[in-house]
Each structure stands twice: as structure tokens, then as C-alpha cells.
Design a protein around this ligand. Structure first.
Ligand code: SF4
Length: 300
């Protein structure tokens, strides 16, 4: 399969993008590994006809929104992010009716329908900067309440209401697990993702997006580091830092949707026998693109 994938990638002008949380066997055949927005943005610059996006569906959709001229294939149709489906466009329409003075901000981990009806998107690394720069005082942040709480703590002078969605992977980490790790490895810094609960974030030594965690872990002079985000990132961290030890903050930090994609699924997508060809109706794509463009403008 490895040889066939390599041969067909060249023959068909395909590039494979893999999220940091993907299985190691999938990351090994990827041309690019990173977080979802880095990969989606990259899709515009990479010279290829087809992108096989190994991640969850909203990520492949974001790539298609930004690169409509390329064919984007999601190897496993059922790889969905549960959090992205914890809010519907109808919820937002209802909210707008009763709160006309609110700016609606969506985490990039949302469906195309949601991106098309909000004012601006954010990533976990740009959320604080972008929301802080908005003129409006009243903000609805969707769908992740944990990231919303983290943003509210950082920006005191705004009225930020968070939707009640959550990532069922990061939200499972408990305060007790953090305390146990601190007792077990008192010298090891704890790095967590802001999708974790407030009590976990409050006890951490560093809070950041997956890419920020990777950068920070590389920059610090520590032999052992505790990681509070999805386990797939450990492959990337160990490859980049062979002299450091990485432990997972909780055994529950596994996203089953991210792990649905296997090497065989990638092989089937490359050969054309499997995978979902992402298609988005043009009017909807342009509306969703507007909230992403606004994010890129405000993040500068
Ligand atoms: S880790 Fe959480 S936010 Fe990311 S895809 Fe899985 S469920 Fe969704």
C-alpha cells in the first residue's frame, strides 16, 4: 500500500494532508502534517489537483471553501467532529432575533452552514486577539464553552456569552488527573489545549492551540513534558524532540473520529475506490468564505 500510495500520488498529482491527531500510519504517508487551519490555508499554495484530507469533515470542508478549484477528498465519510454539530444555523437565527446587538463569532471547528451565518471565525490561537479587536462589546461565541470561558477570562471588558458545546475529548480531562500528574512529575510542565475545562486550564503551566503546544514544547529546556491535548500530537512531538519525554495528561485524550482513518482508507482514497468528494454549493461557500476572510484580516 505504501508503494502504491507513493506512486499514485505522483501519477495523479495528489497531496495528502494529515491532522496532528491522525494515526501515526496515516501521518507517515502525509505530505503535510499540522492543525486544521494551517492545512486549509496551505491548500491554496500547494500545486496539486487533489487533496486527500485526513481529519474530520469540517476540516475537509474548510479546505474546499478556501480552495474550490481543487478536488478535496475526506477518506472516511463518518469522521465527524461531534462538537461541530452541537449548534445549528436555526439556533443562530433564533439568537440573532432576540440579541440584535451581538456579534457572532464561531470557532473554526464548525460546519459550513454555521460559518455561512456568523460574522467571523477564529482558531484557538487567534480567538483572543480577534475578539479583543472587535468594536462590539456583546459577543456570542459558538460552539465551545470551554474555549469561550478561556477567552472571557482573557478579555475582561466584553460581554461574552458562550454556547454550551464542548469537545468530548478535551472536556473529559479532570482536575484530579492534573493534580496526580503534578504530584508524580513535579518538574514537568503541563501544556493544555483551551478546549479543556476551566479548572484544568487554571492549573496548567501553558495553554495554547496544538501548534502552539508543539512550538512551546520545542522551545523549553525540559526533559519531561506533560501534554493535555489529543494523543496523536505525541507522534509529532516525539519526532521533533527525540531527547525529550512526553506523557499524556489523561488516557482519555483520544478522539475516536480522528482515529477512524486508517492507511487502507487513505489507499482507497488515492486509488479512487473510497472517500467522500467534498462538494459545497457555491452561494453557501462564498458566505462561509466571508467569515474566514474576516478572520484572516483581523488576525493580521
Ligand atoms: S478532538 Fe474534539 S474538537 Fe477535535 S475533532 Fe475530536 S471531538 Fe472534534
Amino acid at each position: 500500500m505504501l508503494e502504491e500510495i507513493a506512486r499514485l500520488k505522483k501519477e495523479k498529482n495528489i497531496k495528502i494532508f494529515a491532522h496532528n491527531y491522525q494515526n501515526h500510519e496515516v501521518q507517515q504517508v502525509a505530505d503535510y502534517i499540522g492543525d486544521s487551519f494551517y492545512l486549509s490555508k496551505l491548500s491554496k499554495e500547494v500545486d496539486c489537483e487533489t487533496i486527500i484530507f485526513c481529519g474530520v469533515k469540517f476540516m475537509a470542508e474548510t479546505t474546499k471553501i478556501l480552495s474550490p478549484d481543487k478536488k478535496v477528498i475526506l477518506p472516511v465519510e463518518e469522521a465527524l467532529c461531534p462538537m461541530a454539530h452541537m449548534i445549528s444555523p436555526e439556533d443562530i437565527i433564533e439568537f440573532k432575533k432576540t440579541h440584535p446587538d451581538f456579534k457572532i463569532v464561531a470557532y473554526i471547528n464548525t460546519t459550513t452552514d454555521i460559518k455561512a451565518c456568523v460574522d467571523v471565525c477564529v482558531t484557538s490561537s487567534t480567538a483572543v486577539k480577534i475578539i479583543d479587536s472587535l468594536e462590539e462589546k456583546n459577543i456570542l461565541f459558538v460552539p465551545d464553552m470551554n474555549l469561550g470561558n478561556y477567552i472571557s477570562k482573557k478579555i475582561k471588558d466584553k460581554n461574552i456569552i458562550s454556547w454550551n458545546g464542548y469537545c468530548n475529548v478535551h472536556d473529559r480531562v479532570t482536575k484530579e488527573e492534573v493534580i496526580n500528574m503534578k504530584n508524580k512529575y513535579p518538574d514537568a510542565p503541563i501544556l493544555v489545549h483551551p478546549e479543556c475545562r476551566k479548572e484544568v486550564v487554571d492549573l496548567a503551566d501553558f495553554v495554547g492551540s496544538t501548534s502552539e503546544i508543539i512550538e512551546y514544547a520545542k522551545s523549553i529546556d525540559k526533559k519531561r513534558i506533560i501534554i493535555g491535548t489529543e494523543t496523536g500530537v505525541l507522534h509529532v512531538l516525539r519526532d521533533l524532540n527525540p531527547d525529550k519525554k512526553f506523557d499524556l495528561l489523561s488516557p482519555n485524550l483520544i478522539c475516536i473520529n480522528m482515529k477512524k482513518t486508517t492507511l487502507e482508507d487513505v489507499y482507497n482514497a488515492v486509488t479512487g475506490k473510497g472517500g467522500l468528494n467534498i462538494e459545497i454549493e457555491e452561494n453557501l461557500r462564498v458566505k462561509a468564505l466571508n467569515s474566514i476572510k474576516e478572520m484572516i484580516r483581523l488576525a493580521k
